[in-house]
Design a protein around this ligand. Structure first.
Ligand SMILES: Nc1nc2c(ncn2[C@@H]2O[C@H](COP(=O)(O)OP(=O)(O)OP(=O)(O)O)[C@@H](O)[C@H]2O)c(=O)[nH]1
Ligand SMILES: [Mg+2]
Length: 300
């Protein structure tokens, strides 16, 4: 029988290239929020893939970008901090890139410094022609000795095992660090926060979603009248300005209702229970520079 393997794998890349979408695909569960907006992921999140002969622990990281607030700085520090703790890197780039931009160059430098084994993932190949892809592969292969270069689309299930097999090849024998029933290190509270924030990102536009964070004020388990498992959850969505608060609540409370409903559906699927969700919106100016709040985004 093949020897059991395990290892920690960091997913690194610029913001919005599809890192969290990829982690969710590889794990087979939704562990990280995804959105068509930049800076969706705010801290390192673990997702676990349990296979017959291996356990792979993925660490999704905030996308690399130019920091403007303390929160942004912390996010980028967290991403690069993860490199020291892992066995393998998945460096995710976008197939639509014509060249190696500043952000990707910075990531390449950090990878070179670390000398870690790295697999280059070229994501979103559905958006380009094959010739463009070959050029990109060529220029990246000149920069680093990658263990493999895999062009994929994170939206397609068929790439899942191709990537997992390649990762498994590059791991060393080791034990399962987590119970095989687990697929993330996040608590239910953290998952609930992430799900609400994802829905807010989905429904809100412009700068509003970037200025929010979610806190679960209460999460209590009980049986309902039908004897079903149920969580009563109360959450607050914090935002930067009064005008944002109005937008998040929406006309006649419609926006907040839509966010809450979509979040509840996801939570019920994720938790396997009924969910009774109540949400509030509060203003907290400058929280993105408040050390006591952003400490929760730091690498633990
Ligand atoms: N067309 C296409 N879109 C994709 C693909 N993979 C991801 N996306 C989309 O790209 C957007 C960003 O995806 P995320 O997974 O949130 O990106 P991320 O790299 O985690 O972003 P940050 O957390 O901000 O760093 C979402 O709208 C995804 O649906 C792909 O293969 N093809
Ligand atoms: Mg992400």
């Amino acid at each position: 029988m093949a020897e059991f393997k395990s290892g920690f794998v960091a997913i690194l890349g610029r913001t919005n290239v599809g890192k969290s979408t990829l982690v969710n695909l590889l794990v087979g569960e939704k562990v990280a929020a995804t959105a068509d907006k930049v800076q969706t992921t705010r801290t390192a999140i673990k997702g676990i893939a349990n296979r017959e002969n291996s356990q792979i622990i993925f660490i999704d990281t905030p996308g690399i970008h130019k920091p403007k607030t303390k929160l942004n700085e912390t996010m980028v520090e967290t991403s690069f901090g993860v490199i020291n703790e892992i066995d393998l890197i998945l460096f995710v780039i976008e197939a639509t890139s014509k060249d190696i931009g500043k952000g990707d160059m910075k990531i390449l430098e950090k990878i070179r410094e670390s000398k870690k084994k790295t697999i280059l993932i070229i994501n979103k190949i559905d958006l380009v022609k094959k010739e463009e892809l070959l050029h990109l592969i060529d220029i990246y292969q000149k920069e680093y000795n990658f263990e493999a270069v895999i062009p994929i689309s994170s939206l397609k299930e068929k790439y899942k095992n191709i990537i997992l097999d390649e990762i498994e090849k590059n791991l060393k024998p080791g034990p399962a660090y987590y119970s095989v029933e687990e697929y993330t290190d996040q608590t239910l509270r953290q998952l609930a926060e992430e799900i609400i924030r994802e829905k807010a990102l989905k429904f809100l536009k412009d700068e509003v979603p970037h200025g929010i964070y979610v806190e679960i004020d209460k999460m209590k388990f009980r049986k309902n009248q039908k004897g079903e498992n149920l969580y009563d959850i109360e959450a607050t969505i914090y935002c930067l300005r009064n005008s944002h608060k109005g937008i998040i609540i929406g006309k006649d409370g419609k926006m907040l209702k839509a966010i809450g409903q979509a979040a509840r559906i996801d939570m019920e699927r994720n938790f396997g229970t009924k969910v009774n969700l109540k949400t509030w919106v509060k203003v907290k100016e400058d929280w993105q520079d408040d050390a006591s709040i952003i400490k929760k985004f730091k690498l633990q």
